[in-house]
Design a protein around this ligand. Sequence first.
Ligand code: DP6
Length: 337
Amino acid sequence: MKMGMVTHSASAIAHPNIAFIKYWGNRDNTLRLPANGSISMNLEGLETHTRVEFEGSFSTDELWINGRHADEAGVTRASRMLDEVRQLAGIRLFARVESQNNFPLAAGIASSASGFAALALAASHACGVELDEAGLSRLARHGSGSACRSIPGGFVEWMTGMGDEDSYAVSIAPPRSWDLVDCIVLVSIDPKTTGSSLGHSLAGTSPLQPVRVEDTPRRLAICRKAIMDRDFSGLASIVEEDSNLMHAVMMTSRPPLFYWQPATFLVMQAVREARAQGLQACYTVDAGPNVHVLCEGAIRQETVKFLESLPGVQEVRQAETGGPARVVDSSPAGPHS
Ligand code: DP6
């Protein structure tokens, strides 16, 4: 071993999350200070496992995702977070990051949330930077806004905050407090056309965005109460309204963003009709064509069966409420572990 060769490494796991009240648009795009607060649930079973190794002999940062070299934009985005950690730790070492998702990247389930949450935790832990949950959530937020919600466990609220210091996420109810299931209805696995970061920067061009943002405290309050009371009807009404509002903003941005495909709308309509017939399920759609259908655990089988019978549905995945991001001993599986 060469003189002065130092190495620090750690691994972490984080779950993606699905937002009930959506984050769309920033007050500050660089710091990712959101235009409005948001509420989500972590997704159990789906995870990103990331190992970070800082080493004296590395001459650049390297990022491997699912066993492949990430593209330049991906490396730059990860390096920015590593720079922040290096600064906090007072070190100058480059790092190798190996990240493995147990869900397909192209499946329309956002991997940036779990990816940056796992990276924030693994990188800071590797070099001994002690951050509390709020500090980790802030760090994750700098990489991807929704990633700040993948640090705490269960049902989570991202406080808008006044600035960088107080914009982070907290758990508002633990995972087991409500047996809710996200049935992820895949209608397309094509990569999305407009990424979230660009979408956020266009939100302010929609004349509807100020109205959506101003009304957010009302929607947050209804959603929070529904989670506390385990009131599915209350949740369903506000989750669908919030998703529709965000898509109305997307569709009226300049240029407009249309994330729905015909099958997306068909599933949304079918869920509404089924609810009118008594099936307690509701939909929410992110910046892509796939539909997240929420229901209570007691009716998950019935709900999945119904969703699988709809035309255009390729696959339905299920996720319960997941825990917080955590440090683990093992390395992610893959050719470079
Ligand atoms: C529609 O957190 O993916 O899923 O900060 O640019 O990485 P970046 O955006 P991202 O945006 C998520 C948008 C959303 C709604 C939500 O998850 O709240």
